[in-house]
Design a protein around this ligand. Structure first.
Ligand SMILES: Nc1nc2c(ncn2[C@@H]2O[C@H](COP(=O)(O)OP(=O)(O)OP(=O)(O)O)[C@@H](O)[C@H]2O)c(=O)[nH]1
Ligand SMILES: [Zn+2]
Length: 211
């Protein structure tokens, strides 16, 4: 089981969760029918050679891109352990690839995560922080909720003294369409516990995160 969990992030990327293809868990025929309708809706011919296989491909791509909906974050990060360490732990520049739930267009950037372990030094393998990002990103999202969900889950899971999560992303729904402002970065932060209540600890964490 732990070996399976060790490879969870990789499987999310290659379309498999816990040994089960992601496609098995979603309604592929329904997705395919919907993509066909979209093609007709934009004035395309879904029967033309280049588009024939597109509904099938897009359905599978969606199953993979939204695989986080079918993963329980508690399962993915349950291997916490104790260390004689009670100071800040920070991981910067964890890649974020998510989808805004308003337009289903990608927003892409980075997450920076920090936490202060509790008195018994409960810590988690560093890769688990990236897994949390992956699981919550691969869902229809808004950046604020993504940021808060990562923070809440980590805070609860580790019974941490404090948690800080900063996410900075470019939203393609703002760059490719609509207001069309490429380069604009949205920055969101969520702080919990000591990092919320104590301004000094928070500024120390912010300085180390360089955000
Ligand atoms: N707060 C927040 N807003 C987001 C996020 N992703 C997309 N949006 C915004 O969601 C809003 C949806 O606005 P609507 O007016 O309902 O939709 P719209 O007419 O397509 O909006 P425009 O993008 O302004 O053309 C837009 O302002 C988007 O920029 C996000 O993660 N957080
Ligand atoms: Zn959007």
């Amino acid at each position: 089981m732990s070996e399976e969990l060790d490879n969870l992030a990789a499987r999310l990327v290659d379309g498999r969760i816990n040994g089960t293809p992601v496609e098995d868990k979603v309604d592929l025929p329904r997705l395919e029918a919907a993509v066909r309708e979209i093609l007709i809706g934009i004035g395309e011919d879904p029967e033309r050679e280049g588009l024939k296989e597109t509904p099938r491909r897009v359905a599978r791509a969606y199953a993979e891109l939204f695989a986080g909906l079918r993963v329980d974050p508690k399962q993915a990060v349950k291997t916490a352990f104790t260390e004689d360490y009670n100071e800040l732990v920070l991981v910067r520049d964890i890649e974020v690839q998510s989808f805004c739930e308003h337009h289903l267009l990608p927003f892409i950037g980075a997450a920076h995560i920090g936490y202060i372990p509790n008195e018994s030094g409960q810590v988690v393998g560093l890769s688990k922080l990236a897994r949390l990002v992956e699981i919550y990103s691969r869902r229809p999202q808004v950046q604020e909720r993504l940021t808060g969900q990562i923070a809440d889950q980590l805070y609860e899971m580790l019974d941490a003294r404090g948690v800080i999560v900063v996410v900075e992303c470019e939203h393609t729904c703002m760059s490719m369409r609509g207001i069309r402002k490429p380069g604009a970065k949205t920055v969101t932060s969520a702080v919990r516990g000591l990092l919320q209540s104590d301004a000094r600890s928070r500024s120390e964490a912010m300085a180390l995160l360089k955000v």
